[in-house]
Design a protein around this ligand. Sequence first.
Ligand SMILES: [Zn+2]
Length: 257
Amino acid sequence: MFSPSSPPAGLLEKAFQYIDLHQNEFVQTLKEWVAVESDSVQPQPRLRWELFRMMTLAADRLRRLGASVDSVDPGVQQLPNGQTLPIPPIILAELGNDPKKATVCFYGHLDVQPARQEDGWLSDPYTLTEVDGKLYGRGATDNKGPVLAWINAVSTFRSLEEDLPVNIKFVIEGMEEAGSAGLEELVRKEKDRFFSSVDYVVISDNLWLSQRKPALTYGTRGNSYFRVEVRCRDQDFHSGTFGGILNEPMADLVALL
Ligand SMILES: [Zn+2]
């Protein structure tokens, strides 16, 4: 079994030095990723293709790390209006399979909530902008930055030709902000294959409590979504004339809510 031990002497110094030297490259890649409008919430074909582009960028990056990458097609998303949209691929990637090492699986997502400058942004949400040493851009922290941080950490080890202390797996999706469509099914399907060797899962989709203190998430409540539709006549009835005689769909909705 895996027993955590201190890294070899000098390794962390070397790693931090490498990271400092390559900071601009890391920020440049984050800028490219933030520039992709990978909005999974608004069901528009144009945005859906942006999501596909985003997942391809990530898969390419992982392949360049030397990982074996499987882009799984989760099928289609059924919209409430009856239309369907394709779900972007879920990436299953792995790097190293040494049975003597523990296997850590990192989870992250590359889709974002909608963002428009009119919402109150001080800069274009899809242009990563540095102000006072802080980086602003849609998805910079939730969750493109954290996904890239793991990739950069692994690439630092690879570039320094240092042995990774663990086997690494990634599960990266593009529909988190829209209820993770397709993910649960995939996890169940891969239970005895991709996930069977996983010892630890890092959910890399949470907060820092301060600039130095990361949050450790040990449970989430999940979400429930409901859709209520009340149908009425297809024409207006003036409340001054018909009020009290006809049932108002607005009143029915309020009662239901
Ligand atoms: Zn998130």
